[in-house]
Unconditional design. Structure first.
Length: 497
């Protein structure tokens, strides 16, 4: 049966609500902007408030008999060839928690790439799931982690045959992609599910020249942030399901554990509109973005001191790469990504997505055009010209891949909820960390609860912080102290405690 993707159930229900002039005696209390602060109305505009309704009881009736959300989710599933799709207004941080808890429960093992986002670690803390960490494919020369290989997952399953499934992050925030087909086959040979954190891959289903996306590659659950590479509003996320290894009722129930009972209709509308836009024009829009990215990447490569990471850089350790996160190595300028990003923002009003000790990412989407990219290229040329003024830079002591990898000695949940103490950073080596220490973005913890801290990782965080690294989840934002599990008291000499 042909599906009409010009239909947008949420948007049309909003239009109908306005047409009928309904007067609400329900939340939200601003009553369609009438009660909002005048300055807020001036800055945001009244349209924001006009679309801010109760999902059930305003947009739909109190029993959701109009099936507005259900119809929108079915259209999204059809657009990407999934069996089921669920909308989330709490970002992929919620969606990935729901996905993990639908595959495993307390004390179960789950194979997880160690390059996972901090939201994955949050799910482990909340659930008590026992992670079996699968090491990423490290590029020691560029100090960059790519997704774990198919072989690494196969070896982990062989060592832990009681694991309940696997989770891999693909694409990474840097655009490198896993061999999803191979990893899915490894899981399915054991009748176990594969979860893909594809937060950075909302655009992948809509053009054949982009890397394969999770559902096409055989994944069971795929989590996607529509606000990252798509046209959704911030916090707009979807998770897709196919196959029979995960019960859709269970997945929906797990999502309900974490989700709000007051979802944002504005975010629903953004998700609905993105699906309509991509179903009708996705190939055209993504084709234009890819052509523009190719030109921009070539132009950046011609700027003195800059290098764009490309297929030749990534596709030894990575299966594929997405060219739209334009990742620029600035080490040839003799400066750091942190300093380059700060200079671009302060002097050229250009916001880079992420920065590290040697790179910045200047993400392109279907929304960019020659005007925006010409401004970017002009700013990058100016950055190259002014580079001598950005030297010298504080050195970030990045450990080798082996030294960067910490040993998990306690469950993340046990360490997080243990009795803790804050110790000086210089005294933390050998202690079991009780918090996440996450350079952000991209949001991959350098240390997570239950891991034993080492001097190389502490030195990396200390020198990174001095160079401009942001570690927002640390209990001590200055990283003078670290929160660790309180060591048990020593028993009296000569006897048991």
């Amino acid at each position: 049966m042909t599906v009409d993707h010009s239909w947008a159930p949420v948007l049309e229900a909003l239009a109908e609500h306005r047409r009928k002039g309904r007067i609400s005696f329900t939340p939200p209390g601003h009553k369609q902007a009438r009660g909002a602060d005048p300055l807020v109305r001036q800055v945001l505009g009244d349209a924001v408030f006009h679309g801010d309704l109760l999902a059930s009881g305003s947009l739909d009736d109190r029993r959701s008999r109009g099936r507005v959300l259900e119809r929108a989710e079915r259209l999204m599933a059809d657009a990407v060839h999934a069996s089921h799709t669920f909308f989330s207004t709490c970002g992929s941080s919620l969606s990935v928690k729901a996905a993990i808890l639908s595959a495993a429960g307390p004390h179960d093992k789950l194979l997880i790439g160690r390059d996972a986002h901090k939201s994955v670690v949050s799910a482990l803390i909340l659930s008590g799931i026992r992670p079996v960490w699968v090491d990423p494919s490290w590029d020691a020369e560029r100090h960059l982690a790519h997704p774990p290989s198919t072989e690494a997952f196969a070896e982990a399953f062989a060592a832990h045959p009681d694991a309940r499934g696997a989770l891999v992050t693909s694409p990474t925030p840097y655009g490198s992609c896993a061999d999803l087909r191979g990893i899915a086959e490894v899981c399915h040979r054991r009748s176990l599910p594969l979860i893909v954190d594809e937060a950075w891959g909302a655009h992948l289903p809509f053009h054949p020249e982009l890397p394969s996306w999770a559902m096409d590659a055989g994944a069971d659950i795929c989590v996607t942030s529509i606000h990252k590479m798509g046209s959704g509003l911030e916090q707009g996320s979807v998770f897709h399901l196919q196959g029979d290894l995960i019960d859709p009722t269970v997945l929906k129930s797990r999502a309900d554990l974490f989700g709000t009972t007051s979802p944002s209709v504005l975010i629903y509308a953004g998700l609905d509109g993105w699906r309509r836009q991509m179903a009708l024009r996705g190939k055209e829009l993504m084709g234009g973005a890819l052509a523009l990215a190719a030109d921009v990447r070539a132009a950046i490569e011609g700027i003195d001191g800059l290098h764009v990471n490309d297929r030749a850089d990534f596709c030894g350790p990575a299966a594929d790469f997405d060219p739209l996160p334009v990742v620029i190595d600035v080490s040839g300028l003799g400066t750091s990504g942190y300093r380059a990003a700060d200079w671009l923002r302060e002097h050229r009003s250009i916001e880079a997505h992420l920065s590290d000790h040697r790179r910045i990412s200047t993400q392109l989407t279907h929304a960019d055009d020659r005007v925006s990219t010409d401004q970017l290229l002009s700013a990058l040329r100016a950055l190259s010209d002014t580079a001598p003024a950005l030297r010298p830079v504080p050195e970030v002591d990045v450990p080798s891949p082996a030294a960067l990898r910490l040993t998990q000695v306690e469950l993340p949940r046990d360490a997080y909820f243990a009795t803790t103490v804050d110790v000086p950073l210089a005294e933390a080596a050998g202690r079991v960390v009780a918090e996440m220490l996450t350079p952000y973005p991209p949001g991959i913890p350098a240390a997570l609860p239950g891991e034993r801290l080492t001097e190389p990782v502490l030195r990396y965080l200390r020198t990174g912080k001095a160079a401009g690294m942001n570690v927002p989840d640390a209990a001590d934002p200055g990283l003078d102290t670290v929160r660790v599990v309180r060591a048990p008291a020593r028993p009296p000499a000569g006897g048991a405690a």
